[in-house]
Write a protein that binds this ligand. Sequence first.
Ligand code: DOR
Ligand code: ZN
Length: 344
Amino acid sequence: MTQSFTIRRPDDWHLHLRDGAMLRAVLPETARHFARAIIMPNLVPPVVTGKDAAAYRDRILAALPDGMSFEPLMTLYLTETTDAADVAAAAKSGLVKAVKLYPAGATTNSASGVRDFDKVRGVLEKMAEVGLPLCVHGEVTDPAVDIFDREAVFIDRVLDPVRKATRGLRVVMEHITTANGVDYVKSQDDMGGTITTHHLVINRNHILVGGIKPHYYCLPVAKREEHRLALVKAATSGDPHFFLGTDSAPHIDALKEHACGCAGCFTATNTMSVLAEVFEAAAALETLEAFASLNGPAFYRLPPNEETITLTKGDPVTYPDRVDSGDGPVTVFDPGFPLHWRVS
Ligand code: DOR
Ligand code: ZN
């Protein structure tokens, strides 16, 4: 018997598209299945102003192949000199849907991020006033804090104090990787938490046991199995706090398979098939639509998509192992198990 089900077309609430040849290579991988995505602003130089975001949006739309539909939802990169009035104007015009906070030094291209949170207080207050969400990379950068503890420590040291100091600020804790992140997000009003595809599949053993696997290295780094299980439970629960943000982050293989490899898993290509396996294994296929297609728009106060996709189970589906970026190949995330769910 063929098993199949139809859901509203999904969105990706955290995506790296890059620019130039890489943008042209990876955009179709997302647009094939996803209607919209929150586009990360960590280009070099970063997307800081409304003007930068408008120009980047134009480049994304110009890179979209004919016949594909996709709406980029733009974000601004929060710096210590970000202008609150520019942010408010970009939100009011509808161009910008969120502002992204990178603690300085936390991850790829985060050098222009925030060191002193007092310096961004005015921008955060303006965002609370106009209802513009703050997307947060939730890791402290204190070298004294172990990399596996950086998310949990961030909640106590930064996230909770910032939220308490800026009442009404709507915050998305991005790519949560711990039970601590799940518990915090779930217990708060005005908060969402995105969960990536790869953090639902891998734990830290997958990166380190039997040889180092650079294509599983990302930030925040995958944690212990008990944390992965907490993420699966949250994602498959249907709880509206949790929605898909793949954090699909392409880097060419030469920079992943390197003495100092870049952080990022490239999951745009096969995410929906991987998620269907994860949700089926959790006996929760009926909540996939909430996670991938409904909870995100509800948090961002946007309508869900009217179009649908159908997932059909059959013989294993194959996806390319690599996508050619023009600068070199980018390896597609290998979940380590066969994929049976085809998307149409
Ligand atoms: O793994 C990651 N890659 N985490 C991030 O936070 C940034 C991203 C990237 O831009 O490559
Ligand atoms: Zn990211």
